[in-house]
Design a protein around this ligand. Structure first.
Ligand SMILES: C[S@@+](CC[C@H](N)C(=O)[O-])C[C@H]1O[C@@H](n2cnc3c(N)ncnc32)[C@H](O)[C@@H]1O
Length: 265
């Protein structure tokens, strides 16, 4: 969940499936339509492994509970901005009145559409933070999970999200906690500038925009050691992942802190 190309290495590309079934022309077209799209190598190159990662995050339920507390979506219209392969769309659909997944990457978007095709009230659309393609004041909640496309240069995207939200609606963003948990030590080991500096900059960016900040202390818990290894290797440079794994030879979980930021329209 760490793609943040301003703050940390993207990790090695370890394709575990057809990364770009739509081919380069579709990606080039998307780049022209959505110049703020930043390719996410973790999920973009490894959608199958990222699915395992999402399942490991979902197991504890701490993040979704924290998001729900900040902005409940039961019966409401919710947007998952940067929905990737649509892992979370089915969870939102269980409660929401309407669910809209927005994703600039055509290959990931196709997977999200295939996953949710039979679900009533769920729609998957091409778009990006700066180009939502939604009417003004038309949605109640916008989620952005691992939204590295906001700080430090995301004011246009934030303005666009606030335009689409109804008054009183909320944007809820999930970011990494760069200070707490074993995962933060890996972030720090991967970062040239240091995780503490990144944390201060991210907190400051959201604070200046009036965001509420909530910490969520959780973990990734995997069924198998091999899954933990595969996921760490799509998120971190090999030497960082391998060094941590060597120091924790038996574990199938890792403590992980998140920070949720919420901006109310
Ligand atoms: C780390 S992935 C997380 C995917 C998904 N939110 C999840 O948690 O499973 C980040 C996602 O943001 C998308 N993305 C990149 N730039 C974006 C932008 N400017 N606006 C919206 N989404 C963007 C990527 O294509 C990718 O699907």
């Amino acid at each position: 969940m760490t793609v943040d190309d301003a703050a940390r290495p993207a990790g090695p590309a370890r394709p575990d499936g057809p990364a770009r079934p739509d081919g380069r022309p579709a990606a080039d077209q998307a780049r022209r339509a959505f110049p703020d799209w930043r390719f996410a190598p973790n999920i973009g190159n490894n959608p199958g492994t990222y699915e395992i990662e999402n399942r490991a995050l979902a197991r504890a339920g701490h993040v979704i509970d924290g998001m729900r507390r900040l902005a409940p979506w039961a019966g409401r219209t919710i947007v998952d901005l940067g929905c990737g392969t649509g892992f979370w769309l089915t969870t939102y659909a269980a409660e929401a009145g309407r669910v809209i997944g927005i994703e600039p990457d055509p290959a990931l978007r196709a997977k999200a559409a295939a996953r949710t095709g039979a679900l009533p009230g769920v729609q998957v659309a091409a778009g990006s933070a700066e180009h939502l393609g939604l009417p003004a004041a038309s949605v109640d909640v916008v989620h952005a999970r691992f939204a590295y496309f906001f700080p430090p240069s995301g004011d246009a995207g934030l303005t666009e999200v606030l335009r689409a939200l109804r008054p009183g609606g909320a944007l809820v963003v999930v970011d990494n906690d760069y200070r707490w948990g074993e995962f933060a030590t890996l972030l720090d080991a991967s970062s040239s500038e240091g995780a503490r500096k990144k944390a201060d900059a991210t907190d400051g960016w959201w604070r200046d925009r009036g965001a509420i900040r909530r910490e969520v202390h959780s973990e990734w818990a995997f069924d198998r050691r091999a899954d933990l290894e595969a996921v760490l290797r799509i998120e971190f440079p090999a030497q960082v992942a391998d060094s941590w794994l060597a120091r924790h030879p038996a574990t199938t979980s890792i403590s992980y802190g998140y920070v949720l930021f919420a901006v109310v329209a």
